[in-house]
Design a protein around this ligand. Structure first.
Ligand SMILES: [Zn+2]
Length: 80
């Protein structure tokens, strides 16, 4: 079985060299998609995950800092 030189990429809506193409399973069946678009999606979703985790961590840290600051203030007031 040999592949055509160019394969239609459903993601970009145009043809790419078959060497740059990967066949992937979708809900609608097997489709061809270029490696570039697959990698681009992977990177952006990984970055989104990392970004989401960072934001959660910052929020938690900020909240802890706020709680600590309030406890300190209360302690100072009650001590005074
Ligand atoms: Zn493509």
């Amino acid at each position: 079985m040999s592949l055509p030189a160019n394969i239609y990429c459903y993601h970009c809506g145009r043809h790419h060299p078959s060497a740059e193409m990967r066949q992937i399973e979708t809900k609608g069946g097997k489709k061809w998609r270029c490696i570039k678009s697959i990698e681009a999606t992977k990177i952006t979703s990984a970055q989104r995950d990392a970004f989401g985790k960072t934001v959660t961590m910052i929020n938690k840290a900020e909240q802890q800092a706020r709680v600590k600051a309030r406890l300190n203030a209360e302690r100072l007031l009650s001590a005074g």
